[in-house]
Design a protein around this ligand. Structure first.
Ligand SMILES: [Ca+2]
Ligand SMILES: [Ca+2]
Ligand SMILES: [Ca+2]
Ligand SMILES: [Ca+2]
Length: 416
């Protein structure tokens, strides 16, 4: 019955058979180069099998070292297990080799059996991928693993049902993230061993607020918030408006300042007191809306406008003032009609133009004068009946002005 067994492949087979049958003819002396069972050089470094009593020099963690043959659980020292050695002959009892339970290889993602050779395992489908699983034909599985029949053998599968995290993978970390309508924040999670993965330590994306933290995880800190009037140079620095009407706080490149509203002007070039000069509502902004000063007839009248102005400051100036009046030369004394503008010495240089009679087309108002501070100029309109338009403005952009001009529509000896 013994001779019926072929042993051309593996010397292990010989010992397995001998051990099972306890035959005198199988004395280990008959195969002196291989020592089965206990050896004295286990885990000693080796370069080839001939240096080992078992003739087996295998990878043990970081080195090549001598191993030993085994048959059952407890034959191998702690941190090793009796890994089944595949053999076509299927000797009785089955023979294994002590191999390290290397946590880096057990349950490692793999694509072929060679990648699992260190633990004597095979690359098996498990869960969503393929992993190096230990064969548990001869030995028990490590803590946290259960021997599970798969195909024609049995393998150690992790109790967490996850090869990436189980008792042997405690402390492993992997990338994770949280994503919602605000963005996606990356982090990592840690394998707690039997308990599986700990919660992902990534931040939960939130709306960006001023807190020196990238709340929405887009790489920008406090973007769109820091540098605004409520968080100018730093979070919480609110730019003060000073309580001045027509004055708005602004934050320009991280520095608080004041900006003037549409009809307000910093005409004294001092932002500390805000935009103290307000435009009047006297002049219209276009000829068609020009404010009528009434209808005058010859001769010898005078109509004076004293409370209107065209303010300006370094950054902007008010719109031109447009007024109009009607004039009728009842007594044929039209040649003396005058529009007269005086600019106080505190004001900036003005200009003014008077239209021909009944001509609202501003581009044709060529009858214009420049009036420097402290002086006055007169324009005698052409035509002697109808509607006349007057436009008043500041000559030079950027010049400060908050002084009222003095405009007089007059005739004859009543002009200034
Ligand atoms: Ca951000
Ligand atoms: Ca933030
Ligand atoms: Ca001011
Ligand atoms: Ca005005």
């Amino acid at each position: 019955m013994v001779k019926a067994i072929h042993f051309k492949y593996n010397l292990a087979l010989l010992l397995a058979v001998c051990s099972a049958l306890a035959l005198a003819a199988c004395d280990p002396k008959s195969s002196p180069t291989v020592k089965y069972g206990q050896v004295t050089d286990f885990a000693k470094a080796c370069a080839s099998g001939s240096q080992c009593q078992s003739q087996r020099c295998i990878e043990m963690n970081d080195i090549m070292a001598c191993s030993r043959y085994c048959e059952k659980a407890d034959d191998c020292p702690a941190d090793f297990y009796c890994a089944f050695e595949p053999n076509e002959e299927k000797p009785e009892p089955l023979m294994g080799l002590c191999r390290p339970i290397d946590a880096d290889v057990v349950c490692k993602r793999c694509s072929n059996d060679l990648q699992c050779g260190m633990i004597g395992g095979t690359c098996q489908p498990f869960g969503a991928s393929t992993y190096c699983l230990m064969d548990c034909t001869l030995d028990d599985c490590p803590n946290g693993y259960t021997c599970t029949p798969m195909g024609d053998s049995s393998y150690c599968t992790p109790d967490t049902n996850e090869c990436e995290c189980n008792t042997l993978k405690q402390g492993d970390r992997r990338a994770c993230s949280f994503e919602n309508e605000y963005g996606e924040c990356s982090g990592a999670m840690t394998c707690l061993g039997e308990a599986g993965w700990a919660t992902c330590d990534a931040a939960m994306p939130g709306p960006e607020v001023c807190d020196s933290i990238d709340n929405n995880c887009d790489g920008g800190i406090d973007e769109g918030i820091l540098g605004t009037v409520n968080h100018c140079s730093r979070c919480g620095e609110v730019c003060q408006g000073g309580g001045f009407s027509g004055t708005q706080p602004v934050c320009l490149e991280g520095v608080c300042g004041l900006a003037c509203g549409a009809n307000y002007f910093d005409a004294n070039a001092n932002s500390q007191d805000g935009c103290e000069c307000m435009d009047d509502t006297f002049g219209a902004t276009s000829p068609t809306e020009a404010l009528s000063q009434g209808s005058f007839t010859s001769c010898d009248f005078s109509h004076q406008i004293t409370e209107s102005r065209v303010p300006g400051d370094a950054s902007h100036q008010a719109h031109h003032d447009y007024i109009k009046f009607n004039y009728e030369d009842v007594w044929n004394c039209q040649i003396e009609l005058e529009v007269h503008l005086r600019v106080p010495s505190s004001g900036a240089t003005h200009f003014f133009c008077v239209s021909p009679a009944n001509n609202a087309n501003e581009s044709q108002w060529t009858n214009c004068r420049t009036v420097t501070p402290g002086t006055a100029q007169s324009i005698e309109p052409s035509g002697n009946n109808g509607a006349y338009y007057v436009k008043i403005g500041l000559l030079n952009p950027g010049e400060a002005n908050c002084s009222n001009y003095l405009l007089t529509i007059c005739e004859g000896g009543r002009c200034p």
